[in-house]
Design a protein around this ligand. Structure first.
Ligand code: NAP
Length: 261
């Protein structure tokens, strides 16, 4: 495949883990299409990556919480580009008493994390299937492995992404499209996440990851066709070994500190 004429799509690419994915792929001379909300300096980042790494890069500013926008984005991608990598990274969560959450808060998490991930994958799949070799990486979370009070919607949405990715991986076996999922623990990305992690105390800090290292490991493992990418195996083991009656109250207690502090 002439990789120069094919593109990787990264959602949520303006900052945090998404930006780290974009930089890592650019270093590997992979052309990019960066997607995120408007007003986040995506144009500047795109030009910077083009100039610095001598790749082709484009950007698309969009609110992925609106289905119509997702369909317009994917139509534009399918009309204009051959896509051989899709990284569904855009995602958001938060910590709140469920009774104090607005319907907007709940809807945005579900639309971006669950619906946009599924729809983008669905709409781009014919494009990916046309390429000699193609990859999908979905960003879930360690939160996928346990329900957590005061987060409620976010862990459930990440459990969806994990399950969705495993199912699609199995379904696409024997095709040219490889599907993978990563479940990172806490990363110091945006300021909101940093503040929240600090309030979680020991448990939060224990699992803290560097987004550049996570991105680099993910890309390496994706190309090695690792279907479930481990970035913090110790936390993963703890989550797997602990029975739900221990981990659910333990995690909930740790998270509750975020809204109490
Ligand atoms: N940070 C952690 O501790 C952690 C742990 C486990 C998993 N994760 C997952 O890793 C992924 C990246 O997280 P991060 O910490 O890097 O978050 P971040 O710094 O907040 O970045 C999230 C990205 O998603 C984009 N995004 C959010 N809402 C959007 C919307 N409605 N439409 C379009 N784009 C939207 C943001 O765009 P703008 O920049 O335009 O706002 C941003 O580029 C997420 O899926 C998250 O759930 C994070």
């Amino acid at each position: 495949m002439d990789i120069k004429e094919s593109y990787a799509v990264v959602t949520g690419a303006s900052q945090g883990l998404g930006k780290a994915f974009a930089e890592n792929l650019a270093k590997k001379k992979i052309n990019l299409i960066l997607v995120s909300l408007p007003g986040q300096h995506l144009k500047e980042l795109t030009r910077e990556l083009e100039i610095h790494y001598h790749i082709k890069a484009h950007y698309y500013e969009v609110d992925l919480s609106v289905n119509e926008n997702v369909m317009k984005l994917t139509a534009w991608l399918n009309e204009s580009f051959d896509v051989h990598i899709l990284i569904n990274n855009a995602g958001l969560g938060g910590t709140k008493k469920f009774t104090e959450a607005t319907s907007d808060y709940i809807n945005t998490i579900l639309q971006v994390n669950v619906t946009a991930t599924s729809l983008i994958t669905h709409q781009l799949l014919p494009n990916l299937l046309r390429q000699p070799k193609a990859y999908i990486l979905n960003v879930s979370s360690m939160a996928a492995f346990s329900p957590i009070g005061f987060k409620t919607v976010y862990p459930a949405s990440k459990t969806f992404i994990h399950s969705f990715s495993r199912g699609l991986h199995e379904e696409l076996k024997g095709t040219n499209v490889f599907v993978s999922v990563v479940n990172p623990g806490a990363m110091k990305t945006n300021t909101d996440v940093c503040k929240r992690i600090e309030k979680q105390g020991f448990l939060g800090k224990l699992t803290l990851l560097n987004p550049d290292k996570v991105a680099s490991r993910c890309i390496q493992q994706l190309f090695k066709k690792d279907s479930v990418i481990m970035v913090n195996p110790i936390s993963w083991l703890v989550m797997k070994v602990l029975p739900i009656w221990i981990k659910l109250p333990l995690m909930t207690q740790a998270i509750k500190r975020e809204i109490e502090a």
